[in-house]
Design a binder for this molecule. Structure first.
Ligand SMILES: C[S@@+](CC[C@H](N)C(=O)[O-])C[C@H]1O[C@@H](n2cnc3c(N)ncnc32)[C@H](O)[C@@H]1O
Length: 289
């Protein structure tokens, strides 16, 4: 009893330190100072290019394009650009990582079978946190699957998702979240968490996910921003999620991305009734019945 209490206390301290390091908030506070003129100018240039490219569609009566263009002000774009220059290993804030921890602790307590996967990993930080959680909580069986193109976001088809096509013009300016496989593996190594409980699925989801040698999942985390990418991940993986397991959708609350429509359509098509639980302005999750 005494030993397990001491272990839990140590695990909590380790996880707190890991979370603060991954989010780069151990020594620094996230920069919420007013946007500078330089930041706004950089964004205004991107806004102008996007308007030049998509404006004619809006003028021709495409209301979705028109509405999306209105959302993209220089302030919004500059906020995205600033977030990307933050030197963290994950784009999540501590609430997002706490949500992963909540799900995994429940999975382990209730012995829900299956591995963990994140689709869309950027620098790998959230998967590193998943591996750290397994270690701290004493699970030596489950695998963390790390799925990404490792060459950034795909170029969306504007006729499928104009939202994504417009967002992509901004995201291209900051490299469309491109991080190489080697860089992500080096990040795992830096935390001493690169081992045989971590497996990588490099490539486009349409080529990798359905064929992946994954038998069962207890936690799926989707953070792929776009409509098509989210559809592909849901179609390939949801049937492998164990009852009692969790699915987290990172970008559900972001009005300029297509992930939400993909999730709404998928839930309607499969008559999924479990309520969506909000984590913060962007992230939602549900438990599979
Ligand atoms: C916003 S980032 C992920 C952030 C990450 N989860 C974190 O914790 O910081 C989106 C990622 O999705 C990946 N991605 C999006 N669509 C993809 C697809 N169809 N196939 C492979 N990777 C994709 C991109 O390469 C990028 O790394």
């Amino acid at each position: 009893m005494k030993k397990s209490y001491a272990h839990e206390a140590m695990a909590r301290s380790y996880l707190k330190l890991l979370k603060n390091t991954l989010t780069n908030t151990h020594y620094k506070k996230i920069d919420d100072s007013p946007l500078s003129e330089r930041e706004l100018r950089q964004s205004a240039e991107a806004v102008a290019k996007v308007r030049a490219k998509f404006g004619p569609l809006a003028e021709a009566g495409n209301l979705e394009v028109k509405g999306t263009l209105e959302l993209f002000t220089p302030e919004v774009g500059a906020g995205w650009f600033r977030r990307n220059t933050w030197e963290s290993h994950t784009l999540l804030e501590s609430t997002g990582l706490a949500n992963v921890e909540y799900c995994l602790r429940n999975i382990l307590t209730r012995q829900v079978p299956g591995d963990l996967i994140e689709c869309g990993v950027w620098r790998g930080g959230t998967c590193i946190y998943m591996r750290g959680l397994l270690k701290a909580l004493g699970d030596s069986q489950r695998t963390v699957w790390v799925a990404d193109s490792f060459q950034g976001l795909p170029d969306p088809d504007p006729s499928v998702s104009p939202l994504d096509a417009i967002s992509h013009e901004f995201l291209k300016v900051i490299g469309a979240f491109s991080v190489s496989l080697e860089a992500v593996q080096a990040n795992f190594k830096a935390y001493d968490l690169l081992d045989n409980q971590v497996r990588f699925l490099p490539g486009w989801f349409s080529d990798t996910l359905a064929q992946a040698p994954i038998e069962q999942l207890s936690l799926i985390r989707l953070d792929a921003d776009y409509y098509d990418s989210t559809v592909q991940a849901l179609d390939a993986l949801y049937s492998k999620l164990s009852p009692g397991g969790y699915i987290i959708i990172d970008d559900y609350g972001i009005p300029t991305l297509g992930a939400r429509r993909a999730v709404d359509e998928f839930r309607a098509r499969h008559d999924i009734q479990q309520p969506l639980v909000g984590v913060d302005q962007s992230v939602v999750f549900w438990e599979k019945a």
